[in-house]
Design a protein around this ligand. Structure first.
Ligand SMILES: *Cc1c(COP(=O)(O)O)cnc(C)c1O
Length: 380
């Protein structure tokens, strides 16, 4: 039997977790997974052995003895990048390279967790809208589980990403418009066919997979988090997941109470979270005519807006918009300077670090981590 339950992120209502959940029935906001305290005897830190994200089992939605659906996701390198750091003016810079995951992006973490739980609950057909990489991961983990996946993606998604979705055997539907339009089509298909909707934050387990980035970060820094984390943000599951697990780690006393300052980075062509942060709003207004080459950031109206804004404000961090020229040039600089295959999204995080250092928001002694959320080859 599972030992966790769901709690609404807005109204706090509780529900049992049988694997078929979508969003809170009372207020329509995302669920968060809550675990019983006995999972982490306080202060008893046991660095888990094994390989991949599932070795952090006591923080994850798995039942005793249960095997997840996995392709070996997680355990990505944390790379010190002094040469790139010197070029950007950041004294202490690391890149967490999520492009080394199966399917070439950190989406593999979330989709592995979501598909594991849904398949355990008996689901055999899935649908999701994607800005690109979530579709690749859903297609691959669907194949791994032997289930059917339908993907709705914008026609303007980078070609290599679309090729990967089809190669993994998903049923790919291309639409004019952005991920919000794809979401409408996917939900209509879900309602008519009964296919399970894997959209960001419309089921509770993608966050649980993505939060393993935060677990690895803590472990890789010797259980003492860095001062600054920059995260290229679209739907926000990575940011929300990391913020959630930092609290879980602190409650278990695996880390102290000091948290990193968390920064959202978006493209100036689609920056709803930056706009909401700057105007002091509690939620995002949908961005009109969103466009950026960093396709993972093209999410005009994220469902997790409140959770993201709470994490940014609660951590003392912020939100930064950069231009497509800046992010593309900086991705190229990283790739050539360090040999790390940097995505446009990763480039956004890096150039934002430079801008924040120039503005004196990032200080000389700060340890700065930028997430390269995907591999550059998916865009070329
Ligand atoms: C999906 C994606 C993002 C945005 O991630 P969220 O956790 O949804 O905010 C950033 N970069 C890449 C490469 C992505 O695929």
């Amino acid at each position: 039997m599972h030992d966790w339950h769901l709690e609404c992120s807005l109204c706090g209502v509780r529900a049992d977790a049988d694997g078929g959940q979508t969003v809170c029935g009372a207020c329509g906001k995302p669920w968060l997974v809550r675990y019983p305290e006995r999972r982490h005897p306080v202060g008893e830190k046991q660095t888990p052995t094994g390989a991949g994200m599932w070795r952090f089992r006591s923080f994850l939605p798995l039942m005793p003895g249960e095997q997840p659906i996995t392709l070996g996701e997680g355990d990505t390198p944390l790379l010190a990048t002094p040469r790139l750091g010197a070029a950007l003016g950041i004294e202490r810079l690391w890149i967490k390279d999520e492009g080394t995951n199966p399917t070439g992006s950190f989406k593999s973490r979330g989709l592995a967790a979501a598909i594991t739980r849904a398949v355990a609950a008996g689901v055999r057909t899935f649908t999701l809208p994607t800005a690109g990489n979530a579709g690749v991961a859903a297609a691959a983990y669907g194949a791994r589980a032997g289930v059917r996946v339908r993907v709705y993606a914008p026609r303007t998604t980078p070609k290599p990403i679309l090729t990967q979705i089809s190669a993994f055997g998903a049923d790919l539907h291309l639409l004019d418009g952005h991920i919000g339009d794809c979401g409408k089509a996917s939900r209509a298909y879900s309602a008519e066919s009964g296919a399970f909707d894997l959209s960001t934050l419309r089921e509770p387990y993608r966050i649980e997979g993505k939060k393993t980035m935060g677990l690895e970060l803590a472990e890789q820094f010797g259980w003492e988090l860095p001062e600054v984390v920059l995260y290229p943000t679209g739907g926000g599951t990575g940011l929300i997941g990391m913020w959630k697990v930092f609290a879980e780690l602190a409650a278990a006393r695996w880390i102290g109470p000091r948290m990193p300052r968390m920064y959202t980075v978006q493209s100036a062509g689609c920056a709803p979270v930056v706009r909401a942060f700057e105007t002091g709003a509690g939620e995002c207004q949908p961005w009109e005519n969103p466009w950026t080459v960093a396709s993972g950031l093209r999410v005009p109206g994220p469902l997790g807006d409140r959770l993201m804004l709470a994490a940014l404000r609660g951590s003392g961090g912020g939100a930064v918009a950069v231009t497509d020229d800046q992010l593309s040039q900086t991705a190229d600089l990283c790739t050539r300077t360090e040999g790390i295959d940097c995505s446009p999204e990763g480039g956004a995080g890096l150039v934002a670090a430079r801008l924040l250092r120039e503005r004196g928001v990032i200080l000389a002694g700060d340890r700065v981590v930028v997430f390269n959320t995907g591999a550059g080859w998916l865009y070329r």
